[in-house]
Structures are given as structure tokens and as C-alpha cells.
Design a protein around this ligand. Structure first.
Ligand SMILES: Nc1ncnc2c1ncn2[C@@H]1O[C@H](COP(=O)(O)OP(=O)(O)OP(=O)(O)O)[C@@H](O)[C@H]1O
Length: 268
């Protein structure tokens, strides 16, 4: 069965399954994301969020049909995939001896012809993203000497200079303070609007996931167990059943907020 035409620059997968060794990690995932939409991917530790993002990016072998922005990770050329799709990994690999600017500039690689050099346009894209993430003061530093939160913003900058049509984010704010969390999520959202970018972001903070994603996809043990508007997916009963967590959902105008509750009898 082929993937239907017409995903535009969105994401579509059908029957996506991934096995690690003999263990099935993702089971027949069907997912369709319209171009320009932000979908937040949530689920407990080990539910398969990273594996799904890596399978969509073509980094792990997967069975099933996958198409992102018109490319198929299993059969398209690496360069074509890299022009269409950027992944911000949870655990970035930083080459020794690389400055922050050099690391960010790597995002332009798929746009620079082989044996070619950075053009004025490439430099403008890099400078714009560096400015929008307030990274100017870090630009000449060694990337290996950054704090966890600084590195996370630099790795996002690299993904953004790639100017992808689909952006896959793996817990993009896990190391960031609350101010930088807002800065990063607001920047991604404004780029989504400006460039009609499609965003799939694995996030543990359910409130942020609900406020930025117009849709939430909830994974549990490698299967999608809920997919819909944040207010539909995030119920107290479901969070208890899937995460084993007691929470209160606060219904706010800009989306549900998830308040963890201290268990009765804990503390003094
Ligand atoms: N290379 C691997 N070899 C064996 N098992 C793996 C491998 N990579 C992932 N897994 C297993 O696959 C399952 C899904 O892992 P994955 O990292 O996708 O989950 P996750 O939802 O991103 O988790 P977290 O929220 O903890 O980051 C886990 O049980 C994990 O141990």
C-alpha cells in the first residue's frame, strides 16, 4: 500500500513499527499531521517517543509507510531528507574543537553544494537564528564547554538553520529554565507561523505540550492511546491510568494546565 499523495509539507505514516533486537518498541503507528500544525507527542518514559521521532527522521529502520514533506526516509537521498526534515535530538553529539557558531552552521550543510562554501544567504540565516535565540555571546565559545541548557539552545539553533519543512523536537526544553523554555517554544511557534513549518515535539511538560500543540498524541508502550485536542486528551483519569499520576486539570482559556497533586499522607 502506498502513502496517498497530498501530505504537502506535513507528516504521514501508516503501520509504522520498530523493533529493537527482538523487542517490538512501536506497534503499527498511524499518524497524519497537516502542514503548519504543531503536534505535541507525550507519554511516559520508555513509551517510544524518541524512537518514533528517530524512525520519522530515517535514523532507525522502520516497517510501514512514512512520508514527510514529500520525502520518504527509507528511500529518499540523505541530502533530500535533511533539506526537508530536521531533528533536534535529546542527546546531541558535539564534535571536539567545534565552536558554537560552527556547530550551528552545520545546519546549512544540506543547502550548500558539495565542495561549495557558505553563501551570504547562509550566513544571514545563521546570524538571524543566533540573534533570535540570544546566542551572540556564546558564538565563539567551544561547544563542548557549554552548560546543558546553553547546549540545548545551540542544538535547536542548528536544527532551525537547516530551514526544514518538518521539525522534530525531542524534549527541546528539558534542560532550560522557565524563561528560556518560553523563549524557545515561542520562537519555534513563530517560525511555524512564518514558514508554515510542521512541528512534532516530544514533551514531558504536559501543560506546555497542551499550550503549544493544537493536538496531543499520547503514546503508551509503543501505541497511540489518545490523539486529539489537548482538552480531550488530558483528563485526570487518563493521566492516572497512563502515568500513574494524581493531577488536577485546570481549564484555562489558553488550554488545560496540569497540576500535580501531592499524595495524601506524604510529608508531615
Ligand atoms: N537501542 C535500543 N536497544 C534496545 N532497546 C531500546 C533501544 N532504544 C530504545 N529502546 C527501548 O525502546 C523503548 C522506547 O524508548 P524511547 O527512548 O523511544 O522512549 P521515550 O518515550 O522517548 O522515553 P523517555 O521519555 O524516557 O525519553 C524503551 O523501552 C527503550 O528501553
Amino acid at each position: 500500500m502506498g502513502v496517498d499523495a497530498g501530505t504537502g509539507s506535513g507528516v504521514r505514516c501508516r503501520g509504522l513499527s520498530v523493533a529493537r533486537g527482538t523487542v517490538a518498541v512501536l506497534h503499527e503507528i498511524d499518524l497524519e499531521i497537516a502542514q503548519g500544525t504543531w503536534v505535541s507527542l507525550v507519554g511516559p518514559n520508555g513509551s517510544g517517543k524518541t524512537t518514533l521521532l528517530h524512525a520519522l527522521a530515517g535514523l532507525v529502520p522502520a516497517a510501514g509507510e512514512i512520508e514527510l514533506a514529500g520525502v520518504r526516509p527509507g528511500s529518499s537521498r540523505r541530502r533530500a531528507i535533511a533539506r526537508a526534515v530536521a531533528l533536534m535530538p535529546q542527546r546531541p553529539v558535539v564534535p571536539e574543537g567545534t565552536t558554537v557558531r560552527e556547530l550551528i552552521a552545520l545546519g546549512r550543510t544540506p543547502h550548500i553544494p558539495r565542495f561549495g562554501a557558505e553563501t551570504r544567504h547562509d550566513r544571514d540565516v545563521i546570524d538571524d537564528i543566533i540573534a533570535r535565540l540570544d546566542l551572540e555571546e556564546l558564538a565563539s565559545r567551544q561547544a563542548t564547554a557549554l552548560s546543558g541548557g546553553e547546549l540545548q539552545r545551540v542544538v535547536l539553533a542548528r536544527a532551525l538553520t537547516q530551514q526544514p519543512q518538518v521539525l522534530l523536537l525531542d524534549e527541546p526544553t528539558s534542560a532550560l529554565d522557565i524563561g528560556h523554555q518560553q523563549q524557545v517554544l515561542d520562537l519555534v511557534d513563530s517560525l511555524r507561523v512564518e514558514a508554515d513549518l510542521t512541528v512534532l515535539a516530544a514533551m514531558h511538560d504536559l501543560t506546555s505540550a497542551a499550550h503549544y500543540g493544537e493536538r496531543l498524541v499520547l503514546l503508551e508502550q509503543g501505541r497511540i492511546v489518545a490523539d486529539g485536542k489537548p482538552s480531550e486528551v488530558l483528563t485526570e483519569e487518563r493521566i492516572d491510568a497512563v502515568y500513574g499520576a494524581r493531577v488536577e486539570i485546570l481549564h484555562r482559556a489558553d488550554g488545560p494546565a496540569v497540576l500535580p497533586l501531592r499524595s495524601r499522607g506524604s510529608g508531615s
